[in-house]
Design a protein around this ligand. Sequence first.
Ligand SMILES: Cc1cc2nc3c(=O)[nH]c(=O)nc-3n(C[C@H](O)[C@H](O)[C@H](O)COP(=O)(O)O)c2cc1C
Length: 332
Amino acid sequence: MGGVSADHQPVSAFVLPFSGVNPSDRVDLSVQVGALRLANPIIAASGTFGYGLEFAHLVDLNRLGGFVTKGISLQPIEGAPAPRLCDTPSGMLNAVGLQNVGVEVFVKDKLPLLRKYNTHVIVNVFGVCQEDYVGVIERLEEAEGISAYELNVSCPNVKKGGMQFGSDPALVEEVVGAARKAARKRPLWVKLMPLVTDIGLIARTAERAGADALTVANTFPAMAIDFRTQKSLLGNLTGGLSGPAIKPITLRLVWEVSEAVSIPVIGLGGVETVADVLDYVSVGASAVQVGTASFADPRASEAIVGGLSKAVNDINMFTFNELRGKFSEENG
Ligand SMILES: Cc1cc2nc3c(=O)[nH]c(=O)nc-3n(C[C@H](O)[C@H](O)[C@H](O)COP(=O)(O)O)c2cc1C
């Protein structure tokens, strides 16, 4: 093979591109959520990413900032009757009924398989009474490979006439306080209900009771029916609305909560694009979760991670954190 001598190389071959580095590669995407350092702000949301394992052949889990497991309860739950999902304009309804394998099987069968991934595993926890929440956390405390707990307070409290924990400041104080005592090893995130009179009040209550971060928010109670059959389009009569339809509402909630507390806020609701992420961060979110978008495209969260550096570079910033709360600064 006759090599080309340096004398015969075109001049352009000796001119290095500017610094040899693509400016987007210099963007620091890492974010801090309390004690947790995430490689980037994208977290797959609870209930839309299984136990993570179901997505591992499609998504490089190591590229995500983390993922939240489906809700885990003390005992296994079979869930709601079919159909469990239905399309709505710009979104979907779900009534899965919090189906899960229960904490024991999760710890023994699922968690060990997740340890080989280099990403944060956040376990979503729920119960129908305070003791349930505590019981799940106590069992999880004995296990390795968990980065944080996310408390789902959008659940009916059977001891208080079915009133949802997250709708009443006194119940929030009790359940978060009890979970805080049980969660000795790890950060406690509290996932708020969106449909409350004053989300700032609930957020401050959760912060006071010991939450390390707040996830805003869960699905909106909603329904879809067929007037011809007078039946619900779900096996349950009602379900939870998610997807782009809720984004403008949750964006406002994330903004309000970010103004109300000093702990980190994780925003979600209808995130499909990099621009959606930047909107949530602008109003104060430290990180963002991707839920329903994973149903349309299981790789949605990884695709968003792939577009973040360029988007941050395009707005002339070097770190993701520079954008956080900018909207509030400009409009305060
Ligand atoms: C099918 C389905 C199951 C869900 N299960 C849970 C759950 O177990 N625990 C929880 O806290 N949130 C659950 N959620 C709520 C999502 O995590 C998220 O808060 C909500 O869907 C809004 O985000 P999105 O618009 O990006 O989907 C579920 C959502 C869907 C669509």
